[in-house]
Design a protein around this ligand. Structure first.
Ligand SMILES: N[C@@H](CCC(=O)N[C@@H](CS)C(=O)NCC(=O)O)C(=O)O
Length: 226
């Protein structure tokens, strides 16, 4: 099988990778054990590059990443949810979205983001979600919202959002935890990791194990400050 091409935004972190939506696709590809290669696209070049490869815009007619190009089928797909659905249809082993739950899983991310980011979740531009200037607002909403999400996990039996069944919903949560490990300051990261009996660092580690990945750990972020 030829490697799938993943388009992602680079950063100055050791592994470059940091953006939450492409993380979802990395977890998905890892879970299914599919080989992939990354093409890094700077934020300002996304629209031109995506138009150039014939990718569709996502919600709000914006060009975003992740986008994948699968040379094995010749298909190009935008949006992490559509990519997960495509991967399940094309490579059905180890499903990401259990049969019949696509709408629930897609709705879950909207609910999750509204819960943990409050009004911030309604920002549509990447730079409006960046921490500068809105850090305090984001931080307060995050701690409150994570308490709600902790309750969801408890109700589901404390392992995955769908109980014993690992799914894209857990990948969504882990991808945003990985992002907070990058954008929150060190004290805030420590506070998040201490919340709810250490659930968030544990969940990120469990999703990494499930997907054979090593994404977004706090330890890795700290390396970038050395
Ligand atoms: N619903 C999309 C959201 C994708 C998205 O917003 N990606 C961000 C990076 S994490 C992006 O490409 N932003 C570019 C921009 O806002 O111009 C998905 O799940 O893939």
């Amino acid at each position: 099988m030829q490697p799938i091409i993943l388009y992602d935004i680079p950063s100055k972190l050791p592994k470059k990778q940091w953006a939450p939506n492409p993380s979802k696709t990395r977890f998905c590809l890892g879970h299914k054990g599919l080989p992939y290669e990354v093409i890094w696209v700077e934020l300002c070049d996304i629209a031109a590059t995506m138009k150039g490869i014939g990718a569709s815009p996502t919600a709000g007619e914006r060009y975003t990443v992740p986008v994948i190009n699968d040379p094995n089928t010749g298909v190009t797909i935008s949006d992490s949810h559509a990519i997960a659905k495509y991967l399940d249809e094309t490579y059905p082993d180890k499903p990401l979205i259990p049969h019949g739950t696509h709408v629930l899983v897609e709705t879950f991310e909207t609910l999750f983001l509204n819960t943990v980011m409050g009004p911030m979740a309604r920002e549509t531009r990447w730079e409006d979600m960046a921490p500068e200037g809105k850090a305090q607002e984001m931080w307060t909403a995050l701690k409150k919202g994570l308490g709600v999400v902790d309750g969801w996990y408890q109700k589901s039996g404390d392992r995955w959002i769908m109980g014993d069944t690992f799914s894209f919903a857990d990948i969504v949560v882990a991808s945003w935890i990985a992002w907070w490990n990058v954008v929150l300051n060190e004290q805030e990261c420590r506070e998040v990791h201490a919340l709810h009996g250490g659930r968030w660092a544990r969940l990120l580690a469990d999703v990494n194990t499930e997907c054979n990945t090593n994404l977004g750990s706090f330890a890795e972020r700290r390396l970038s400050f050395l």
